[in-house]
Design a protein around this ligand. Structure first.
Ligand code: CA
Length: 263
């Protein structure tokens, strides 16, 4: 491991901090510099959780703004990703989510308490990009943040699509532009969450063919995904709703899903 550089956050150099923090120095992590461009809005009223998340993400090279209420979250501007606690003192976290989502497709990762199974499922149905269950490990949180960031802040993922070079793929009325991550049905733009876009783009790599749940989970989520496979169904359901026709994505029982222009 290299010696912390002058720009390392001081807590990285402070040996009294946790083992996890000491194990990381910003300058021995290639991602750290890269993460500098990503601004994260953390909405969390629990002070100790917030403090450790802010310290940790800052050490990883992210810029973090922390607010502890729903009102403050809705007033915040200029961020690339939101980490949203569902249990807030002033507003229902789901309402904060709905209002944030109504404004923009900025990725939102929900922070949920273990017992809130209902919220977890509902969160994905609402269109959250991912969720982390408390108590979560910092390593897990960073993996999720990086994965969501890669899909949305960076260049589009290499999906191996037939016409990646031309960037726009057409399937019947549907146009999908991987470069700009925009989707149109005819001339009308369909606003998708980052995860919905990734799911659609992945299904579109093999239009008409059946892609298995395992393929979908591995490609659209990532190797760090430990969540329920029901997640795929929740995202398929929201995509179908936005595309306005259930037949765009056909379920093949026991196998997976197929994207096809409705007959
Ligand atoms: Ca809370």
């Amino acid at each position: 491991m290299t010696t912390p550089c002058a720009t390392c956050p001081s807590d990285v150099q402070d040996s009294s901090k946790s083992t996890l923090m000491r194990a990381r120095s910003c300058c021995d992590d290639r991602d750290a510099r890269h993460n500098e461009s990503v601004k994260i809005l953390l909405v969390e009223d629990d002070r100790s959780i917030a403090a450790s998340v802010v310290d940790g993400l800052t050490a990883e090279g992210f810029a973090v703004e922390h607010v502890s209420t729903g009102i403050a979250a809705l007033a915040a501007t200029d961020y690339d990703m939101v980490l949203l606690d569902l249990g807030l003192p002033d507003m229902d976290g789901r309402e904060v989510f709905r209002q944030l989502r109504a404004r923009a497709t900025t990725p939102i990762i929900m922070l949920t308490a273990r017992a809130e199974e209902f919220d977890r499922v509902l969160g994905l149905e609402l269109g959250a990009d991912d969720y982390v269950t408390k108590p979560f490990s910092f390593r897990e949180l960073v993996a999720r943040v990086r994965a969501v960031g890669r899909r949305t802040v960076d260049a589009p993922p290499d999906t191996g699509a037939p016409d990646d070079a031309g960037s726009t793929q057409r399937i019947g009325e549907l146009s999908l532009d991987r470069r700009t991550r925009r989707v149109y049905l005819g001339t009308e733009e369909i606003l998708l969450t980052a995860k919905e876009f990734d799911l659609l783009a992945f299904l579109a790599t093999a239009t008409g063919a059946v892609l298995t749940r395992t393929d979908i989970l591995e490609n659209v989520w990532d190797a760090h995904w430990y969540g329920p496979t029901k997640t795929v169904d929740a995202h398929v359901a929201s995509l179908r709703k936005k595309l306005g026709n259930h037949d765009w994505i056909q379920a093949v029982r026991g196998v997976g899903f197929r994207l096809e222009s409705p007959a």
